[in-house]
Design a binder for this molecule. Structure first.
Ligand code: SF4
Ligand code: MG
Length: 324
């Protein structure tokens, strides 16, 4: 399968004024040296607890925020170095949808205008009729009733609003959509419908997704491969089946032990993992997980483990798998 997106050593650092350092600046390493590929038409899931840098990673890939370092190659083109018109054109290939579509939909625009906006900006249709026909087509593709065309976002439920957000995202037939917690705010029954819609669009249009979520069950359902993030680092990456059947990293193992079983109450991740996620402004040296890892060794506190291929296609950053 051909590679669509290549992310190489991506970093996003912020400097903040830290009260504990008496107003001195400290650096938050929100995304700290992350590399992965996304193939044409596949779904790459990213999981991790909130605050682990998943969203920052997604926004840095699309350059909604500028990465500090690293490279993003999209469709063979160095996306990180593009400017002006070239950047704008490349951006038509990669779209982002959010957890709360309401926040990204202009409340004063009708559904029709919201969906037509990216089409108008790209000036890809010659006549108004062609452009309107495209809006109708896109509304049908995402299962929006055409009667809704002249209504406003506030008139819709969360699920319908997410359909409007998806319609807008697919209007220019992107090759990749970064979905940041797209169903986390929705009821479970609606979640399934939106996931099915995303799967359907992928089949028909060959779109690839980066699917960011804290919900391991949702990711298991939708992703072909999964990366596990913790404190700005990629800890483990494998195809979905291998990862869920045999997680290798102690952090992934701890996360998975918190997946609710049918008929049982959900136990919060934190109780099982023990302790809070350390501040990314002051992360532990060595392995980022060493303050919470049940298998911690001396070397873990001083040396950052390499992200290495432990089994074919299964990558892991942990000293337990160092070659002896
Ligand atoms: Fe645990 Fe050490 Fe592996 Fe980190 S490197 S996950 S601390 S065993
Ligand atoms: Mg997030």
């Amino acid at each position: 399968q051909d590679v669509l997106l290549k992310v190489e050593h991506l970093k996003k650092y912020y400097s903040i004024k830290s009260s504990s350092l008496r107003g001195k600046k400290s650096v938050v390493k929100a995304v700290d040296d992350i590399s992965f590929d996304v193939k044409i038409g596949e779904t790459f899931g990213i999981v991790g607890e909130s605050g682990c840098g998943k969203s920052t990673m997604g926004k840095s890939v699309i350059r909604l925020i500028e990465p500090t370092e690293g490279k993003v190659i999209l469709d063979g083109q160095d996306f990180t170095s593009l400017k002006g018109k070239e950047l704008q054109e490349a951006r038509d290939k990669i779209k982002l949808i959010f957890q709360d579509p309401y926040a990204s939909l202009n409340p004063r625009m009708t559904v029709k205008d919201i969906i037509a906006e990216p089409i108008d900006i790209a000036k890809c249709y010659k006549t108004k009729e062609e452009r309107d026909a495209r809006v109708v087509e896109v509304m049908k593709q995402v299962g929006l009733n055409l009667d809704y065309m002249y209504r406003y976002p506030h008139e819709f439920s969360g699920g319908q609003r997410q359909r409007i957000g998806i319609a807008r995202a697919i209007a220019l037939q992107p090759k990749l959509i970064i979905c940041d917690e797209p169903v986390s705010a929705l009821d479970v029954s609606i979640q399934a419908k939106i996931i099915n819609l995303l799967n359907e669009l992928q089949e028909k249009m060959g779109i690839a997704y980066i699917f960011i979520s804290h919900d391991l069950s949702v990711v298991k359902h939708i992703a072909d491969r999964v990366g596990v993030m913790y404190l700005g680092n990629m800890m483990e990456m494998a195809d979905t089946e291998s990862l869920y059947a045999k997680p290798l990293h102690p952090y992934t193992q701890a996360l998975f032990s918190a997946i609710p079983r049918i008929g049982k109450e959900r136990i919060e991740d934190k109780q099982i993992l023990g302790g809070d996620v350390p501040s990314p402004a002051n992360p532990p040296k060595g392995c980022r997980f060493c303050t919470r890892c049940p298998k911690v060794m001396d070397i873990c506190k001083t040396d950052r483990p390499d992200f290495k291929e432990v089994e074919p296609g299964h990558f892991c950053a942990c000293h337990l798998y160092d070659k002896k």
